[in-house]
Design a protein around this ligand. Structure first.
Ligand SMILES: Nc1ncnc2c1ncn2[C@@H]1O[C@H](COP(=O)(O)OP(=O)(O)O)[C@@H](O)[C@H]1O
Ligand SMILES: [Mg+2]
Length: 142
């Protein structure tokens, strides 16, 4: 299987295009022929990470890398960053505004769901310096 690397731009506050990057990621993974369960887990993570950039972050990008052993999704943005990562990882914790909650966001389940669905998750973020998620999936079981 050839190695693959693709970069997609994500724009902050662009709710018209929000979600398109994770749909592209899902399409690529389907095209490669990964199992539906693995594609679902990766797509959930891509979507939650993408929406967090749109809602909470700044302009950013998602990079999808595939090699024979791993699917890696890195999501970076240059937004305000996360002040307390442990807190942000707790189920139900959200700083979403009333406006976003009315749009159906802000359940505070995005980062917990990424953590649950990924084989590994690294979060690098600092207030004022943006956010970087590195999300990895093992291609083979066991
Ligand atoms: N890219 C990001 N930039 C800044 N803050 C973020 C980012 N992603 C997540 N956060 C912070 O972590 C919190 C929890 O995120 P999440 O679990 O996805 O819940 P929700 O998006 O519903 O608020 C957010 O409310 C926000 O405060
Ligand atoms: Mg979220």
């Amino acid at each position: 299987m050839p190695d693959l690397k693709k970069l997609f731009v994500i724009r902050a506050k662009d709710f018209v295009k929000a979600g398109e990057v994770s749909i592209r990621v899902q399409g690529i993974l389907k095209g490669i022929g990964f199992s539906p369960a693995l594609i679902r887990r990766a797509s959930v993570c891509a979507y939650e990470g993408e929406m967090n950039v749109v809602m909470h972050g700044g302009d950013g990008a998602l990079q999808l890398s595939v090699d024979p052993e791993n699917i890696t999704i890195e999501i970076k943005d240059d937004g305000p960053g996360i002040e307390d990562i442990e807190l942000a990882l707790q189920e139900g914790y959200s700083t979403a505004t009333e406006e976003y909650r009315e749009m159906g966001f802000g359940a505070g389940m995005g980062l917990p769901n990424i953590k649950k669905n990924a084989d590994s998750l690294e979060i690098n973020s600092k207030k004022g310096f943006g956010t970087h998620l590195k999300i990895c999936f093992k291609v083979k079981d066991g």
